[in-house]
Design a protein around this ligand. Structure first.
Ligand SMILES: [Zn+2]
Length: 332
């Protein structure tokens, strides 16, 4: 399956639960796909599992290259995975190891970065050169595409939008982050639970207080389903999360002046109940010129994300550029 000419490529999406691979033609046609539960027991077993999965998906095709989206911080200068979330990859010369195993051109990037690139190329940000993407799930993933290219920073560790501080006195962040009050601690699943607890404490007779008393309020699904069904406590809990998200979006709009901000991830099942509040909050806070470039209407959900093989986004919505949305010249 060794071939350096233009042929199909294999894309691999590694998550803590499953590893997915797809064979894709140069025209972006999906030719084959497969997946396996992630072997988190050991680095070598995981690399072996990934190799076998790539070989299965590639079949007899002359594959040009294989690209990996990893839940990791990656030193792009040396092709080294420095640290990872939920998978046993720490200080691993990943590009070298996979090149040895597969004898193919190997490209590697953070999973949120490649998700953002996919959005810019074929998803909700299609045709836009400057795309900011957030995925709200267990954590908050972030990707930045500027002038059509992923922004990596000096080493490859850049683009961690989830670790922008929203509240300097906020709750401790998650995982290996030493910070407090990051977007990741306030607009993730943990952030939804925290907001639900705040509402429960403030309204002792309310539905969330009752749910807490029964031990059930902590479930994100309960809050989102309750809000979608019109429960005021749940709607207000999501509004707290939405305001935090809006503060973050205002910051990103001021810094990056994007064409489009794409928000996806499991928590976006809350849809407008979350994003509507976030958009209003961002609109109150962002500087006027860059905000005017980002449309404050016409939120669209991109079901294609669900089928594109991304591990996190289940639904996504966007705040689009007015000019590009209207079909005029891009603002890039
Ligand atoms: Zn953080």
């Amino acid at each position: 399956m060794m071939n350096s000419s233009l042929g199909p490529v294999v894309g691999v999406d590694l998550g803590g639960t499953s590893v997915k691979a797809a064979l894709v033609s140069p025209e972006l046609e999906l030719l084959a796909r497969d997946s396996a539960p992630t072997d988190v027991s050991d680095e070598n077993r995981l690399l072996e599992e990934i190799e076998q999965l790539v070989r299965r998906v590639a079949g007899d095709e002359s594959v040009a290259a294989v690209g990996f989206g990893l839940p990791s911080q990656i030193d792009q200068r040396r092709g080294i995975v420095a640290d990872s979330i939920n998978v046993p990859l720490t200080d691993v010369p990943f590009v070298l190891r996979m090149t040895e195993r597969l004898d193919l051109m190997v490209k590697v990037d953070n999973d949120a970065n490649v998700a953002c690139l996919a959005e810019a190329r074929i998803g909700a940000g299609k045709g836009r050169a400057n795309v900011i993407m957030l995925t709200l799930g267990t954590g908050v993933g972030g990707g930045i595409v500027l002038h059509g290219r992923v922004h990596h920073g000096a080493t490859g560790y850049g683009g961690e939008l989830g670790h922008m501080v929203i509240d300097e006195n906020g709750p401790p962040c998650q995982g290996h982050c030493p910070n407090h009050g990051c977007l990741e601690s306030l607009a993730s699943a943990a952030g939804v639970r925290l907001a639900a607890e705040q509402i429960a404490a403030a309204r002792p007779g309310g539905t969330l207080a009752e749910a807490v008393a029964k031990g059930g309020a902590a479930e994100v699904r309960v809050v989102i389903d309750g809000a979608l069904a019109g429960d005021t406590d749940c709607v207000d809990a999501l509004a707290i999360v939405g305001r935090h998200l809006g503060v973050g979006i205002a910051n990103y709009v001021n810094i990056f002046n994007p064409d489009v901000v794409v928000v996806g991830g499991g928590i976006m099942a809350a849809g407008e109940l979350l994003l509507g509040v976030a958009r209003e909050e961002a609109g109150r806070r962002a500087l006027r010129p860059p905000w005017r470039e980002v449309e404050d209407r016409g939120v669209e959900y991109d079901d294609e994300l669900r089928h594109a093989g991304h591990s996190q986004p289940e639904t996504s919505a966007r705040v689009t550029s007015k000019t590009t949305h209207a079909g005029n010249a891009t603002t890039g």
